[in-house]
Design a protein around this ligand. Sequence first.
Ligand SMILES: Cc1ncc(COP(=O)(O)O)c(C=O)c1O
Length: 408
Amino acid sequence: MNPKLSLLQPYPFERLRRLFAGVTPNPGLRPISLGIGEPKHATPQMLKDALAAALDTGLTGYPATAGEPALRQACAAWMQRRYGVAVDAATQVLPVNGSREALFAFAQTVLDATKPGATLAFPNPFYQIYEGAALLGGAQPFYVPSVPARNFAVDWDSVPEEVWARTQLIFVCSPGNPTGAVMPLDEWQKLFELSDRYGFVIASDECYSEIYFRDEPPLGGLEAAVKLGRPDFRNLMMFTSLSKRSNVPGLRSGFVAGDAALIKSFLLYRTYHGGAMSPAVQAASVAAWADEEHVIDNRRQYREKFAAVTPMLAEVLDVALPDAAFYLWAGVPASFEDKVAGLSADEAFARELLAQYNVTVLPGSYLARASGGANPGAGRVRMALVAEPAECLEAAERIVRFCREQSR
Ligand SMILES: Cc1ncc(COP(=O)(O)O)c(C=O)c1O
């Protein structure tokens, strides 16, 4: 077997199952989960219709890995409308089966494990695929902490020069999971300068870009590149997805866009890997990228939920409205430190909350790694506000009661 498989860490939800083993959730309350970051709003009817209409012809032949020109054009047209960025549909866009597989496969395409100390750097806390992509790609992960006092901005200045010198690829996540933070233009400028100096590739995970709470939509990586005079997107690739934008995590559809030379190598890798998208999914994706109305409505639903829930929770937890995405990344009360022997404050909070109020949240330490002596997720929990508004409100009410009782 591939020995690198043994380097992989258990997935956060596996660790959650272990944490909850032996706990009896309060049987008097129905379960509510804020644990999994899976969109739950209804899939738009027009998307389902487009998928159904494509079934007659969409399953009979093998699709090309590069995708149909119509899909690449729909993606390029969306880039133009959303970011004001012109990408060449033939050479700078590629469909992928959701951003997860693409982020992983891209790392396998870019990393050169024959070079000593090959490194993949990414924010801490992070989406666990980044770490697995580094480990299976033969690279060392390097965890760069996000700083709560700076709206969870990633502290790129803390990366030592000798690490930058062996870094081949970085992942950035904006809007961030779990912090919701959006990278501003000056952070992009810093990363572009570092990329020019050290030669690494930037993979920009932007799958939450359409769910935001400020007036201004989140800045995209390619948009930042154009603003900073890099219209060729050198050493830059962005990853986006319909899963959250259009409530279709089961469709498995997204695309990447950026540096044409990187796209060319990625296409070659994907041809062997088997990364082609079903033509029926391609047809549904064309319809989804072309329509903004359902996206606006989806965003409105999240905005209403966050507006109702955040102030309630802010009374008992260290939490504020994020820039974007669908998570609250909340600090738990200090009273949970050392509350349960052997458990961190976030673990103790999650376990007691389940036992007493039948609400599931994810301990923040499961989404981060100890580095430089500290785990930046410790003492925080991630709450995904994906359920119906009434359910999210009820969860918030229970959490408020839970915290008030604990502090008595
Ligand atoms: C930060 C981040 N990136 C990528 C993904 C993958 O999403 P998908 O493969 O559905 O596009 C997720 C899913 O939860 C995520 O949280």
